[in-house]
Design a protein around this ligand. Structure first.
Ligand SMILES: [Zn+2]
Length: 277
């Protein structure tokens, strides 16, 4: 039995969010109106919980399996960045929030851009720095950068882990230059398997994730924070890629677009812009 609470949706302000608790007692609230899964607020001493002690989780060997897959991750990063290339000036300054072991930073260097990464994991930051990359151990919602520093802010599978999501979105806008672009990718709550399996599809839910979005509710939250939503074209900027990458990128785009049509995508991308004036 789902319990209806008197909590209000962070996105659409619907009152009456529904409890969503799995067998392990991990807890989110679902909005019946916009389908945003959100963390809500719990009484002290509640038997349900959400969110891990994230900086201890990511300190351990979380990044070890990432390191093995670095070549493939760099390729995906190159395609994602290729899609942003049309918006970028020469030597663009980019910030990757949740940079992990730096796949995006490494690909940005190859494109002639000037990347910086932040991550809450010291292990991840050390991994980047030993290879000469510019990386800092910082929370994504409190950045030590001046207003208007970056042409592009990216985060790939990060926003669903951040408890203060509206603060984070506003902070990324602050550090973007006017006209600067935010690109992100996150799991999709309307993925057919998540809908079919619900609570049994544990990968989508807490403790790792404190939100699960769909394209509509996340677009709406970004707009509320003052961004303009741009069309997401996954593999724009193909001319900036090497010929073998172009073929790979075209195959990737075909695959993603087919999946999207049938809700087979586990995740979705969004591209948006801080207004120029
Ligand atoms: Zn809602």
């Amino acid at each position: 039995m789902s319990i209806v609470t008197d909590e209000v949706c962070e996105n659409c302000e619907y009152e009456g969010l529904v409890e969503f608790v799995n067998k392990q007692g991990h807890y989110l609230l679902r909005c019946p109106q916009c389908d945003l899964y959100q963390k809500g607020f719990l009484d002290a001493g509640s038997s349900v919980h959400y969110g891990r002690e994230t900086d201890t989780v990511y300190e351990s060997n979380y990044h070890t399996h990432y390191a093995k897959r670095l070549p493939a991750k760099k390729m995906t990063a190159m395609i994602r960045l290729g899609a942003a290339a049309r918006y970028m000036p020469q030597g663009a300054r980019i910030l990757d929030v949740g940079c992990s072991i730096g796949a995006t930073l490494r690909s940005a260097v190859k494109l002639g851009w000037n990347p910086t990464g932040v991550d809450i994991s010291q292990a991840a930051v050390d991994y980047c720095r030993k290879d000469g990359l510019d990386a800092y151990k910082v929370d994504g919602h409190q950045l030590p950068f001046e207003d208007g520093t970056f042409d592009l802010v990216t985060n790939w599978h990060v926003i669903e882990h951040i408890p203060y999501v509206m603060d984070a979105i506003a902070e990324w806008r602050r550090v973007l230059k006017p006209g600067g672009v935010l690109m992100l990718e996150t799991p999709a709550s309307n993925f057919y398997k998540a809908k079919k399996l619900g609570l049994a599809h544990l990968k989508f839910w807490p403790p790792d994730h404190v939100y699960t979005f769909n394209r509509n509710n996340l677009s709406s939250m970004l707009k509320k924070s003052g961004y303009e939503i741009l069309p997401t074209r996954l593999t724009g900027g193909l001319t900036k890629l090497r010929p073998n990458m172009t073929l790979y990128a075209m195959a990737y785009r075909g695959y993603r677009e087919t999946c999207r049509r049938f809700n087979l995508c586990k995740s979705f991308e969004l591209t948006c812009r801080k207004p120029a004036a």
